[in-house]
Design a protein around this ligand. Structure first.
Ligand code: GLC
Ligand code: GLC
Length: 814
């Protein structure tokens, strides 16, 4: 069953039924001001940091789900009836409901009792504000006298404190209302230099800023007293819960249509200009007023929207493909790229599943996110790399997370995840291959943000690599530390105390537990680093890296191979994890995927065998599960992984992030059919028809789909913020379609299904547009290339030397 449809022409997903299985969200903003918005206008906004600068309140895990949002109420002033055109919070039976989630905007529209209302929400480029453009049309035969109420609830900035510290917070809320604009200024009197403003383009019949006055005692957002009675209270919040609500009266003739603009924004003032007059306590509003005078005008709002559209057309235009598969096209051309922007911006901080207060930017996560983002805005990728590297520790290890507002490593979580440093090499490698910007390696970057500790970025990479060499275990494999990619495989934790976090308990500094996953990652990162070293002309160093990689390869084959697949790890007692010797958790996906993608055991056919075992033991029609058999009980020596009920999350769920590793592995053994088949199993667009089972948005990847051991096999959870986005984008574009960035140019090496006659693609790379057409002339993956009509040996398209801006590439597969 479906709840809507894809409108690929407009790059929108159109939801046609408001009661989707879960709130289906979109993101507003892609630079500094952000919001999440659901298909019923639920969600919240923040500036830069979802925890520390939250503008509006949202109630996570509420019943019903998804309360708190950007609400508009319409009221028929003749009958007294009122409703929400976005369905929530009043939940009336609407006609022609639709929510169009597009690139950086959402438009929610419906009809009720002959009144059509459509609201477009978006954040203009380069501005710290959001615009709601409401158009109301009277389709009745007679005139309509209407009241319109807007409604948001302000968050007192620090979302964590806001939802816990009521003894203080019930007394600190402050607002000002001037010329109909509502200014939220809680804590402005002392240490804050910022405020929020909420304005409306129309003359007001009234306003409210105190939640109690607006809602009335014992009433909820589904029936605010002010709306029910058709009259705002003109309340000014003192303490309790500041809200923002405008009341506009509107008379519409039959057929008449009117547009009303609301603007919600964030503003900072320099300290010395906080107050106006300076010796008062009144907020200096000049900056906000300047912005408002522009955006409250419908034509200006339209122009800002057109700019946003152009921006996305250009970004998505950087890589467009035309293949025989609609789901591939749609994801590559629109949604997967779009999701990569969201993961780049949010890391794992703010979604319907990530509350915005728990996590900052992950070192491992953000580096991987670059794989799908770097081609879009390389300058921002560059900045991110330098920020990440600045949280690296002198040991080469890294803080696991940092807060985006401070850019400092998060001490509560600390470091010791022994895979972390290698992701920096992977991230930098992706950036260099995309841009050829070798200068980045000479940027001076501190360790742990300590002034005076600056060293070239290149040295950070060297330390990342040696971090592992300094931490080898009894078999010569990398020690796992607190965890590797799988946060939930906690081999040094032994947690038996309720409430302890598996990831922040003081793990023992284990000298036994080893990770074969990190070994595979080390091989991949080591090869990247060797290539980077070669390009820097330090060949001796490069061969040093390669010789360590060679040793690790041998060690993996000696101690990390279980006969039919790669082992996962050795635990703190030196016992195998992910082996036929185990009763549960005998085979894990991570090492099958990552070792094969890194090319471990490729020549000896071990890779092929590992992939066959994956197919046999782990593949389901909804994707490849993380391990089998699922853990049926808690294993103290394995940690969080065995805390989940079978089939969920890391305990044998389909953890979509690692499926593309197997997909890439399949391309490395030349199996395009298998690669694309796995790709399709978790492709959200291809799962649209089973939306009632899948339940999450059909336009973006979810972190997890319940595995075969779960009663809800096939049900997705935790959509949007997952490494799945970048990895799938990378797998389909660079490995299946095979348009692959390399240090020397673009490589064309498709490994596509046998049934495909070919495909076309345009890819902008280092300023040049490549028009690529691939034709199948035989069943294999052998490529012959013609570049601008001339045959070229091998599969590398060299960067044009004569300043050509367009290059035509024809690849024939045999
Ligand atoms: C989550 C984390 C990621 C981790 C994965 C597996 O997606 O964000 O860092 O690798 O879970 O545990
Ligand atoms: C939990 C989750 C895991 C995630 C981690 C992040 O352990 O199960 O998926 O990576 O939290 O801290």
């Amino acid at each position: 069953m479906k709840y809507g449809y894809f409108d690929d022409q407009n790059r929108e997903y159109v939801i046609t039924q408001p009661d989707t299985p879960l709130p289906w969200i979109n993101y507003l903003g892609c630079q500094a001001y952000f919001g999440i918005i659901s298909n019923t206008a639920g969600g919240y906004s923040f500036y830069r940091d979802a925890r520390l600068r939250r503008l509006t309140r949202y109630r996570y895990n509420n019943a019903p789900f998804d309360l708190g949002g950007r609400y508009i109420y319409l009221r028929d002033d003749t009958s007294g009836e009122f409703w929400s055109p976005s369905w929530q919070p009043t939940r009336h039976q609407l006609k022609n409901y639709s929510c169009r989630h597009g690139m950086g905007y959402s438009t929610i529209a419906s009809d009720y009792s002959g009144i059509e209302a459509s609201t477009r929400y978006f954040v203009p480029l380069d501005e710290n504000l959001e615009i709601w453009q409401l158009t109301v049309t009277n389709h009745r035969q007679s005139a309509a006298d209407l009241s319109i109420f807007s409604a948001i609830e302000f968050c007192l900035w620090d979302a964590q404190d806001d939802s816990t510290n009521f003894q203080r917070n019930f007394s600190i809320g402050e607002v000002e209302v001037e010329d109909g604009v509502i200014y939220h200024k809680t804590e402005y009197r002392e240490r804050r230099d910022h405020y929020a403003f909420f304005a409306c383009s129309e003359e007001l019949a009234g306003f409210d800023t105190q939640r109690d006055s607006f809602l009335g005692p014992y009433r909820g957002w589904d029936s605010p007293a002010a709306v029910a009675s058709g009259q705002s209270r003109n309340s000014v919040a003192h303490g309790w819960a500041p809200v923002g609500s405008h009341h506009v009266k509107l008379s519409l003739k039959p057929g008449e249509s009117r547009q009303i603009v609301f603007v919600l924004g964030y503003q900072e003032n320099p300290r010395e200009q906080k107050f106006d007059p300076p010796d008062s306590q009144i907020v200096n509003k000049k900056r906000a007023q300047r912005v408002l005078s522009r955006f409250l005008v419908p034509a200006q709002a339209d122009a800002a929207f057109a700019k946003l559209r152009d921006y996305w057309n250009e970004l998505l235009g950087l890589c467009q493909v035309d293949t025989p598969d609609v789901h591939t096209n749609r994801m590559v051309n629109i949604w997967n790229a779009y999701q990569c922007m969201a993961t780049f911006n949010m890391s794992r901080s703010a979604s319907f599943y990530e509350s915005g207060i728990g996590r900052g930017l992950g070192f491992r996560d953000s580096n991987q996110d670059l794989l799908g983002f770097v081609h879009m805005v390389p300058e921002r990728a560059r900045e991110r790399i330098l920020d990440l590297a600045a949280t690296q520790l002198p040991s080469g290890g890294a803080y696991h997370q940092y807060q985006p507002l401070t850019k400092r490593g998060n001490n509560d979580i600390g470091g010791g995840f022994n895979d972390d440093p290698h992701w920096l090499i992977i991230g930098v490698g992706a950036y260099l291959k995309e841009t050829g910007d070798w200068n980045i390696l000479d940027e001076a970057v501190p360790y742990d943000n300590a002034p005076g500790s600056e060293k070239p970025l290149y040295e950070h990479l060297q330390r990342s690599f040696s971090y592992t060499l300094d931490r080898l275990g009894p078999h010569g494999l990398p020690l796992i530390g607190r965890a590797d990619w799988n946060d939930c495989l906690n081999l040094n934790c032994f947690s038996d105390t309720p409430g302890q976090s598996f990831q922040t308990t003081t793990n023992k500094d284990g000298k036994v537990a080893e990770s074969i996953f990190i070994a595979g990652l080390f091989v991949l990162a080591g090869c990247e680093l060797a290539e980077i070293a070669q390009h820097r002309g330090v060949d001796r160093e490069a061969s040093g890296y390669l010789s360590e990689v060679g040793k690790m390869n041998k060690t993996i084959m000696q101690y990390g191979w279980d006969g039919e697949w790669f082992l996962r790890a050795y635990d703190d007692f030196g016992r195998k994890v992910g082996s036929k010797e185990n009763a549960e958790g005998r085979i894990f996906i991570e090492t099958q995927g990552f070792c094969t993608l890194a090319g471990v055991g490729l020549e000896e056919c071990y890779a092929r065998q590992a992939l066959e075992s994956t197919r046999k033991h782990l593949a389901t029609k909804h994707g490849i599960v993380l391990q089998q058999p699922a853990y049926s009980k808690y294993y103290l020596e394995l940690g969080e992984i065995s805390s989940y009920p079978p089939g969920y999350k890391e305990n044998a769920g389909i953890f979509c992030h690692n499926n593309p590793w197997v997909i890439i592995g399949e391309t490395r053994v030349g199996n395009g059919d298998a690669a694309h088949d796995y790709y399709t199993r978790i492709n959200p667009s291809a799962r649209e028809e089973i939306s009632d089972l899948h339940r999450c948005e059909p336009y973006v990847y979810a972190q997890m789909i319940a595995g075969r051991d779960a009663p809800t096999h096939g049900e997705a959870k935790n959509s949007w913020l997952t490494g799945t986005a970048a990895w799938n984008y990378y797998a389909i574009t660079q490995w299946i379609l095979g348009i692959r960035t390399s240090y020397d140019g673009l490589v064309i090496a498709p490994v596509i299904p046998k049934s495909w006659p070919g495909f076309h693609a345009t890819r902008k790379f280092r300023g040049v547009i490549y028009n690529i057409s691939v034709e199948r002339a035989g069943a294999g993956n052998q490529v012959s290339l013609e570049v601008d009509g001339a045959a070229v040996a091998g599969n590398l398209v060299p960067v044009p030397i004569h300043g050509a801006k367009v290059v035509n590439v024809k690849a024939t597969l045999r």
